[in-house]
Write a protein that binds this ligand. Structure first.
Ligand code: FMN
Length: 344
């Protein structure tokens, strides 16, 4: 196995089996939506459908990019893409870095035969995009029939990894070149440390249309890396386990910049999803819960997990007296003091 394939296999196993989440929270629990005891709605009146990046979803939920590059990772992609197709959700593949180095791994990222209608997101790291250039990144998008490309930022994880990148210069130029040169929209995405106001304002100036805030409170990549590698890697990963901007704060920062906003990082229930949408997110995305459901019980368990999330979201939309997810933006709420401090 190559180094990248070995790392991906070890990451998938650690995430499925170990305690890899931030110890701090998303701060979504500080958004208390007011209960409406007389909603005057039938559950059948609730319409969760939403148009995101040109595709109509049955609910504004996506499966975050995790996988690809090995046969096992390809199976995971196909299973979770099948879930997205059946439930009308969006789906992202994991980093296509392996495809840049070994084009024969493309098959492990291809899901269009099982998921012809899903909103499909490609994925590449900003450092790899900077090195590969726009034309090769465009090939990654067309090779899998993606509707948009996630460009992921993961400086904290790279610094922890013994073999990680150390030079993050030129990232903004690389993003700008992709925004100008690709025929599909670019989504700039963190990987569990969140996006803050300074980064978001730079991204908006480059014409980036969408972000996935991937904030702190869910999967922590510094925690994952603290479970492998040398003593140095383990120590730094553990010290930085909780580094990052909580998801709830990052959602509000992204909306303040007027960017299309996908909320991820620690979304674990339909209630979390509703709170993220109430803060202004257009859609919500999850990684770890679907990985774990699939690892524990295969396709049926992943389908059940997606069903649980949709049912929970539908219930909260009704219980706030809303009809559609977009109405949650004006649902009455009480916001706790810690989140308010992040937003000042
Ligand atoms: C096993 C696993 C692999 C991941 N691989 C990638 C990746 O290749 N590219 C990427 O942008 N994000 C990757 N992520 C990050 C997720 O897309 C997401 O942003 C992050 O895990 C926060 O969501 P969560 O708390 O629901 O897991 C991965 C997450 C997991 C759990």
């Amino acid at each position: 196995m190559t180094d990248i394939a070995e790392r991906k296999t070890s990451h998938l196993r650690l995430c499925a089996e170990q305690d890899v989440e931030h110890r701090g929270t998303t701060l979504l629990e500080e958004v208390r939506l007011l209960h409406d005891a007389t909603p005057e709605l039938s559950l059948d009146d609730i319409d969760l459908s939403a148009e995101i990046l040109g595709r109509r979803l049955q609910a504004p939920l996506l499966v975050s990019g995790m996988s690809g590059g090995t046969p096992e990772a390809g199976e995971l992609n196909r299973a979770l893409a099948t879930v997205a197709q059946k439930c009308g959700l969006g789906f992202g593949v994991g980093s296509q870095r392996a495809m840049l180095l070994r084009p024969e791994t493309a098959q492990s990222y291809r899901v269009r035969d099982v998921a012809p209608d899903v909103l499909l997101l490609g994925n590449v790291g900003v450092v790899q995009a900077r090195e590969a250039g726009v034309a090769r990144v465009a090939e990654l998008v067309t090779a899998i029939g993606a509707d948009a490309l996630c460009v992921h930022l993961n400086a904290a994880q790279e610094l922890v990894q013994d073999e990680g990148d150390r030079d993050f210069r030129g990232a903004l130029d690389a993003v700008g070149a992709l925004v100008d040169g690709l025929s599909v929209p670019v989504i700039v995405k963190e990987t569990g440390c969140g996006l803050g106001p300074r980064t978001l304002s730079r991204l908006r100036a480059l014409g980036v249309p969408w972000v996935d805030v991937s904030g702190a409170g869910g999967t922590s990549w510094t925690a994952v890396e603290s479970m492998r590698g040398t003593e140095r890697q383990r120590a730094l990963g553990s010290d930085l386990r909780d580094w990052g901007i909580p998801t709830a704060a990052a959602i509000v920062y992204a909306r303040r910049e007027g960017l299309g906003t996908i909320a991820s990082g620690g979304i674990r229930s339909g209630l979390d999803a509703a709170r993220a949408l109430a803060l202004g997110a257009d859609a919500v995305s999850l990684a770890l819960p679907l990985l774990r459901a699939y690892a524990g019980g295969g396709l049926d368990a992943a389908l059940a997990e997606a069903g649980r999330l949709v049912e929970g979201l539908r219930a909260v939309v009704l219980l706030t007296g809303s009809r559609r997810p977009a109405d949650l933006g004006s649902a009455p709420r009480v916001v706790g003091p810690v989140l308010r401090a992040w937003l000042e």
